[in-house]
Design a protein around this ligand. Structure first.
Ligand SMILES: Cc1cc2nc3c(=O)[nH]c(=O)nc-3n(C[C@H](O)[C@H](O)[C@H](O)COP(=O)(O)OP(=O)(O)OC[C@H]3O[C@@H](n4cnc5c(N)ncnc54)[C@H](O)[C@@H]3O)c2cc1C
Length: 394
């Protein structure tokens, strides 16, 4: 493609969702990735599409829009591409958030009440109801909330489905091309993206480089604060169906998500996949791009998961892996045009929720790009806010 309208740098789930929404709006889109599509953080994502872990505020608004958009989008793509090319293992399985101590019961109940106040279904359930929903879950619980709106999909399949739609509409996806900056015209706006394979003329570039978005933004001369936040996950061998039915997590997970602490935190998150494996997460730590798989962290994850689901104490672990969440200091994604550099757009910084938030992020970016009325208020995600670009005055 010689003259795309837009070049998206980064073919993770967020770049793929932006490219899909832009091509749906009729734009010619070229997607570049220095590696293979969905080979970055997207490959590490557990695939949760959650409303339950977000406190009322702008991220929850985006999460609800995305929760509505994902099944609709996947159904549209199945129609457009056929069921074989558009299968992302969408499962509206619901979430179960539990408290295991007296100290965490009241905060969990308060959090659920705050959710109900803004219209989220957050249903307190009795221990008998818990037992009927999750027979293998510990009975040593002090509170439990059922979130029927929580869902799950397979992140790599979701990203490749979105990219298949881009190709089907005449767009192009090029793996193995590293973006190294942009060329600006005399008016200061983007004229081309610079890559290790030469320049591609275009009037707009979307920075969807995930945890590497800060580096690409700096290469463009418009730095933004996006940092890596490490996470490790354990994967069991396939278990009998029904061993774990919902996404189940300990109430302390919400505190770990919201915390900006650089130190290591672990909280228990357990869920099954369609393949039968059970994913056990997750840890959070800001330690740069250190790829070490730490056994002490894995041991802690395993210990806490077995306390929640005692049956897991005796199952084989198949593998462990890690990834880097794209973290911003105020825990909100960055979505919109850079006021310092016309034609440079950012869609990044979704930290531990980029899979869930991708569908609405793509939609919002395309709405802003084409000047249509936006589904959600984009102001909280603007590039020029102090936490992201201190020196920018939008
Ligand atoms: C352990 C773990 C569990 C998680 N679980 C969940 C979950 O259950 N639900 C959820 O919603 N989120 C989850 N997340 C977070 C989620 O995975 C991320 O928010 C999401 O994948 C970010 O997607 P992205 O497209 O922005 O980034 P990425 O997937 O990292 O994509 C960025 C792409 O940009 C490419 N790139 C980088 N630099 C360049 C360059 N200069 N030129 C060209 N290409 C470049 C990379 O190769 C990469 O493919 C989890 C994360 C981790 C680490």
């Amino acid at each position: 493609m010689r003259h795309p309208d837009v070049v998206v740098a980064g073919a993770g789930v967020v770049g793929a969702a932006c490219a899909e929404a832009l091509s749906r709006a009729g734009l010619r889109v070229l997607v570049l990735d220095r590696g293979a599509p969905a080979s970055g953080t997207t490959a590490a994502g557990e695939g949760n599409v959650l409303v339950s872990d977000k406190e009322p505020g702008p991220e929850l608004v985006l999460a609800r829009a995305s929760r509505r958009r994902w099944p609709e989008l996947l159904a549209e793509l199945r129609e457009e591409l056929g069921p074989a090319a558009a299968e992302a293992e969408w499962e509206p399985k619901g979430g179960l958030v539990v408290a295991t101590t007296e100290e965490t019961a009241a905060p969990l109940q308060g959090f659920a009440k705050a959710h109900r106040d803004v219209g989220i279904r957050a249903e307190p359930i009795t221990l008998d109801e818990v037992a009927s929903r999750e027979p293998w879950l510990t009975r040593k619980l002090t509170a439990a909330i059922h979130y029927p709106e929580d869902a799950q999909l397979q992140p790599v399949l979701a990203a490749t489905t979105l990219l298949a739609a881009v190709r089907a509409r005449g767009g192009e996806v090029r793996p193995g091309v590293r973006a190294v900056g942009v060329r600006r015209g005399e008016n200061g706006a983007v004229q081309a993206i610079r890559t290790d394979r030469g320049e591609f003329p275009c009037a707009a570039v979307v920075n969807a480089c995930g945890p590497w978005a800060g580096a690409f933004a700096a290469d463009c001369g418009a730095p933004i604060a996006v940092l890596p936040r490490r996470g490790l996950v354990l994967v069991t061998a396939p278990l009998p169906p029904g061993t774990v039915q919902h996404k189940v997590y300990d109430a302390d997970y919400v505190g770990a998500v919201a915390s900006g602490d650089a130190e290591l935190q672990t909280s228990t998150v357990v869920e099954s996949t369609r393949a039968g494996t059970v994913l056990i997460g997750s840890s959070r730590q800001r330690a740069g791009f250190d790829e070490t798989i730490r056994f002490d962290v894995l041991r802690e994850l395993a210990r806490k998961a077995a306390a929640l689901f005692p049956v897991l104490a005796n199952v084989p672990v198949m593998r462990a892996y890690g990834g880097f969440r794209p973290y911003t200091p105020d825990h909100l994604p960055v979505i919109g045009e850079d006021p310092r550099l016309p034609g440079l757009w950012h869609a990044t910084g979704h930290e531990g929720a980029g899979i869930g938030l991708a569908a609405a992020t793509g939609q919002l970016l395309a709405e802003l790009f084409t000047g249509r009325e936006s589904t959600v208020d984009a102001t909280p995600f603007r590039v020029g806010r102090p936490a992201v670009a201190e020196e920018v005055r939008a």
